[in-house]
Ligand binder design. Sequence first.
Ligand SMILES: C[S@@+](CC[C@H](N)C(=O)[O-])C[C@H]1O[C@@H](n2cnc3c(N)ncnc32)[C@H](O)[C@@H]1O
Length: 234
Amino acid sequence: MSMNDHEAVRRQYADEAGLETRRAVWQPTADGRDPVEVAAAVARATGARAVLEVGCGTGVFAERLMADNPHATVIATDQSERLVELTSARGVDARLADVQDLPFADASFDLVAAMWMLYHVSDLDRGLAEIRRVLRPGGRLLAVTNGNEHTADLRRDAGGEPLVTSFSSENGEDALRRHFEHVSREDLATRAVFPDHAAAVGYLDTLQDDVEWRLPYFEGPREYAGHVTVFVAS
Ligand SMILES: C[S@@+](CC[C@H](N)C(=O)[O-])C[C@H]1O[C@@H](n2cnc3c(N)ncnc32)[C@H](O)[C@@H]1O
């Protein structure tokens, strides 16, 4: 099973359980920088009037975009019916759509947000070309993703290997430069804090790897390092 196998992605996001479990453990960097806050600040600074989020998950960020940018029209999309339903329940205009085939006219948006989703797209270049197509000239893509060292120690401790994806801190910039002229980035050393061993096992169980995780028992809380990159492309 791979991170960008269409059927595996559909199964993984048929409901919100795994996503909620993983979100709950993430903490900002030691100096208080949070990737979602960095992304929200970029969105505000662009002054975008028409915003699209692709792969919106449960809709938390789309709702935030609406609150932070009251003059903007925000549309959120996801390939999961359940996640579109949950996003709509937040009052967001949410639609079922695959990023590889966006149901919008050329040059419709000033900003597209793709948060932790491009590594799931089976044809990444097709997805990026679609995003470029729906952006107005000078419009921006805000793409957030993880690096190879993200939870790598947790994966190693549990008998696995670091996860290398098709859109990561390491290879994401090259992918973006195939479609966009300018790319900037901010890298953040985030932290996953598990209150106990069971919580760490529960986190591993939400991952779609073909690995039988065996995390040696530990007492009390434990912290593992994450690595997140916020890319801005235009
Ligand atoms: C790791 S989750 C991130 C969700 C949300 N952006 C967040 O930050 O919490 C990945 C999301 O991308 C969606 N997704 C995966 N492949 C997609 C595709 N080809 N088109 C649209 N959405 C996709 C999944 O359904 C899921 O909601």
